[in-house]
Design a protein around this ligand. Structure first.
Ligand SMILES: *Cc1c(COP(=O)(O)O)cnc(C)c1O
Length: 445
C-alpha cells in the first residue's frame, strides 16, 4: 500500500470529502487553519465510515470539526479567510488564536531537561526516577495531529527536524551516569514515522552500550499501529524493522511498543491484526493507551470492547488518560466524575486479564494522578486520588482527598478536602538525578 498524506493543502482531493457540503468543507478549512491536521489513505479508506461521517469516531479524531473552536475564534478565523488571501496575515491571526489555546501544558519541552557536563540535554526529559524520555529530533511528527494532544503546537509551523548524532551520544552518556534509570521511552511526535535507517542510527549507539547502562526496558510510543500498520507489514523496511526488534529482545531487553488506540475500530482491519502478530513474533510486547474523549470513546461499552479486542490480539491495556488542558480540550473533555463512571462501568464488564489498564489518569506537573473515585468521608463528599507517578517517588501510591466537584475536568480545578493544601504542594522536591536545569513550579498544568 502506498502512503498518501492528506492535510489542509490537499484534503479536498479526497473523493469522500468531495461529497460533503461546501459548508462542512469551509468549517474544516477554517478550523484546520488554526489547528493543523493530517490524515492518510488508510484512515480515509479503511477506518472512517463515511456514510455516518458526522458521528464517526475516526473522522472526529483526524479531521477538524467546527466545534473545536469557540464561536469567537471561529468567526475571527473565518472572517480573516473571507477577507484576505495574504498568507502572513492569515498566519498571524491563526497564531494569535493558538496562543489562547494553552499551547504548552505541563511544561513539556521546558521542564525536566537534565543538565550534563554543564549543558542542557535538549530532547531528553527525566521526570520520574526510573524512566527517561527521549525525543529524537527526526521523529517529531505524527500520522495525525490530534488536537487534544499536547504535541499539537509543534505541528503548526514546524521546522525541518534532522537526525543529530549528538542526541544519541548525549543520551548514552546520561544513561551511563544514571543507573537508577531502567526504562528509556522513545517518543515524539511518533518515532515510527522515521525510516528504518534513521531509527537505527538513534538506537544503535544505545544497543551497543546497553551493558554499560542499567536499561532493562526500551519503550517506543507510537500511533502507527492505528494509523499506518503497513509500517510493520508491507512497507519496504518492514522486515528490517522487525529484525531490529528481534535484535533488541535477543539482548534480553524488554521491548514495549506503547501503542495508542482510541477506538475498537482501529483494531479490526486485517492489516493491523497482521502487524500486531508480526510485532509479537519478535518477542516485543504491545501495551495500549488512549485518552478518554467525548465524540470518540465516552462510552463504557467502547472501552470494554477495546480492552477485550486488545487482549484477544495479545496486547496489554496500560493507561486511560484524561485529556490535557490544551488545544481543543473543551471539545473532547468530560467532567472527571463522568470519566470515572465510564471507567468503572467498563472495568466491571471485563475480567482481570483486561484490568491491567490504569486510570483515569491526569499527567500533571507534580505527577500522574489517578482518580480512584468519589466517596463519602465524615459526611463529606470527596474524590480520592493518588499518584501513579510522582516527581518525588515517595508520593506514589499515597491516597489524598479533594472536595467532590461535579464539573471539574482537570486537577487544577480541584480543591483539597479537610485541609488548606494538598500534602505535596509545599513539599520541597527531592530530585533523584543529580541535576535539573530548572526549578519547577508545583502547579497542575
Ligand atoms: C507517563 C510518563 C512516564 C512513564 O510512566 P509509567 O508509569 O512508567 O508508564 C515517564 N515520564 C513521563 C514524563 C511521563 O509522563
Amino acid at each position: 500500500m502506498n502512503y498518501k498524506a492528506f492535510t489542509l493543502q490537499n484534503f479536498k482531493e479526497i473523493p469522500q470529502i468531495g461529497k460533503l457540503s461546501d459548508e462542512v468543507c469551509r468549517d474544516m478549512t477554517t478550523v484546520g487553519t488554526v489547528l493543523p491536521f493530517k490524515s492518510n489513505n488508510y484512515i480515509v479508506d479503511e477506518l472512517i465510515d463515511w456514510t455516518h461521517y458526522k458521528d464517526d469516531p475516526i473522522f472526529h479524531l483526524t479531521f477538524p470539526q467546527r466545534e473545536m473552536l469557540s464561536d469567537q475564534h471561529y468567526n475571527k478565523m473565518r472572517n480573516t479567510l473571507d477577507s484576505t488571501t495574504d498568507h502572513e496575515q492569515i498566519k498571524n491571526v491563526a497564531n494569535r488564536i493558538r496562543f489562547e489555546l494553552n499551547p504548552h501544558p505541563a511544561g513539556q519541552k521546558e521542564h525536566n531537561v537534565p543538565v550534563f557536563n554543564g549543558e542542557r540535554l535538549e530532547g531528553i526529559q527525566h521526570k520520574y526516577r526510573e524512566t527517561v524520555l527521549f525525543f529524537p529530533s527526526a521523529g517529531q511528527t505524527c500520522h495525525a495531529y490530534c488536537t487534544f494532544c499536547f504535541r499539537w503546537p509543534q505541528f503548526t509551523g514546524m521546522d525541518e527536524f534532522k537526525f543529530a548524532a549528538r542526541e544519541s551520544e548525549n543520551l548514552v552518556s546520561y544513561l551511563k551516569e544514571h543507573p537508577e534509570v531502567t526504562d528509556i521511552l522513545f517518543t515524539g511526535g511518533d518515532p515510527m514515522i522515521m525510516n528504518l535507517n534513521t531509527i537505527e542510527r538513534y538506537l544503535n549507539p544505545l544497543l551497543e552500550n546497553i551493558s554499560a547502562t542499567n536499561i532493562q526496558t526500551i519503550r517506543i510510543g507510537t500511533k502507527s499501529l492505528s494509523y499506518w500498520p503497513y509500517k510493520f507489514t508491507t512497507d519496504p523496511d518492514a522486515d528490517g524493522l522487525l529484525k531490529l526488534f528481534e535484535r533488541i529482545t535477543a539482548l534480553r531487553i524488554n521491548l514495549a511498543i506503547m501503542a495508542h488506540f482510541s477506538h475498537p475500530r482501529e483494531l479490526e482491519t486485517n492489516v493491523v491484526q497482521e502487524a500486531i502478530r508480526r510485532i509479537r513474533g519478535t518477542g516485543a510486547q504491545i501495551r495500549t493507551q488512549s485518552p478518554i474523549l467525548k465524540h470518540i470513546n465516552d462510552d463504557p461499552d467502547v472501552w470494554a470492547d477495546m480492552w477485550r479486542k486488545q487482549v484477544n490480539l495479545n496486547c496489554i491495556p496500560y493507561y486511560m488518560f484524561v485529556p490535557r488542558d490544551t488545544g481543543a480540550q473543551h471539545y473532547f473533555a468530560l467532567p472527571l466524575i463522568k470519566t470515572w463512571q465510564i471507567w468503572q462501568q467498563a472495568y466491571q464488564m471485563v475480567s482481570g486479564i483486561c484490568r491491567t489498564a490504569r486510570g483515569p489518569c491526569m499527567s500533571c506537573t507534580p505527577g500522574k494522578v489517578q482518580l480512584l473515585g468519589p466517596a463519602k468521608l465524615n459526611h463529606e463528599e470527596v474524590f480520592i486520588l493518588r499518584f501513579l507517578q510522582g516527581r518525588n517517588p515517595d508520593w506514589v501510591q499515597r491516597p489524598f482527598f479533594a472536595r467532590y466537584d461535579e464539573d471539574a475536568i482537570w486537577m487544577n480545578e480541584l480543591q483539597p478536602a479537610f485541609d488548606n493544601e494538598f500534602f505535596f504542594e509545599n513539599e520541597e522536591i527531592k530530585v533523584f538525578g543529580e541535576h535539573y536545569s530548572d526549578a519547577f513550579p508545583n502547579d497542575f498544568e
